[in-house]
Design a binder for this molecule. Sequence first.
Ligand SMILES: CC(C)(COP(=O)(O)OP(=O)(O)OC[C@H]1O[C@@H](n2cnc3c(N)ncnc32)[C@H](O)[C@@H]1OP(=O)(O)O)[C@@H](O)C(=O)NCCC(=O)NCCS
Length: 166
Amino acid sequence: MNVDLSVRDLRQEDLRWCSWSGTALHLWRVAGELERARTDAVDYLAVCSPADLPVAIGGVDYEVNPATGTLWQLVVHPALRSRGIGTLLIRTAEQHIVAKGLCRAELGVEESNTRARALYERLGYLSYDRKPGVREVEEPTGLIRRYETVCTVMWKSLVIRPREDN
Ligand SMILES: CC(C)(COP(=O)(O)OP(=O)(O)OC[C@H]1O[C@@H](n2cnc3c(N)ncnc32)[C@H](O)[C@@H]1OP(=O)(O)O)[C@@H](O)C(=O)NCCC(=O)NCCS
């Protein structure tokens, strides 16, 4: 993409610019995760445009599995997908995991989400398990419907490079 994007921590004040990322309920939950991020349990990242507006967001949860950063809630603005922004978000999340001294990343992807899974495989993630999940869809009436789904659980070994001291 020929635009300078930056990646930084997502902030509460960004959320009013993130309605593209999901329902109001989803944003309310993200706001809760930003509270957890204050305790280092979570990194919540935003890829931002040159105007510093979020165009992709996603988190790393360090409390799901020991010694593992679990990527979740990854979403790129619908108008900006397939331009490498998701890859940038994931690679930056992996750098955060490594910076914590961990060498394992995990994520879950719905079995029906073949495109996202292909991306994760391209980035080196391997599937090793399946588990039930729940998807929430907001109807035009504002009603939130919950669907049971099945997720593929994937993992990736991250390389911790030794520090070069000059
Ligand atoms: C899944 C998701 C996060 C991926 O983000 P993305 O920005 O589209 O991902 P990338 O652009 O890095 O890579 C995906 C595709 O772009 C292509 N691509 C990457 N860089 C590119 C570039 N510079 N130019 C053109 N295409 C590029 C990749 O080959 C890949 O091909 P595809 O379109 O056939 O899948 C995004 O599509 C999304 O938000 N989806 C909806 C929510 C979701 O499903 N989240 C994941 C839950 S597990």
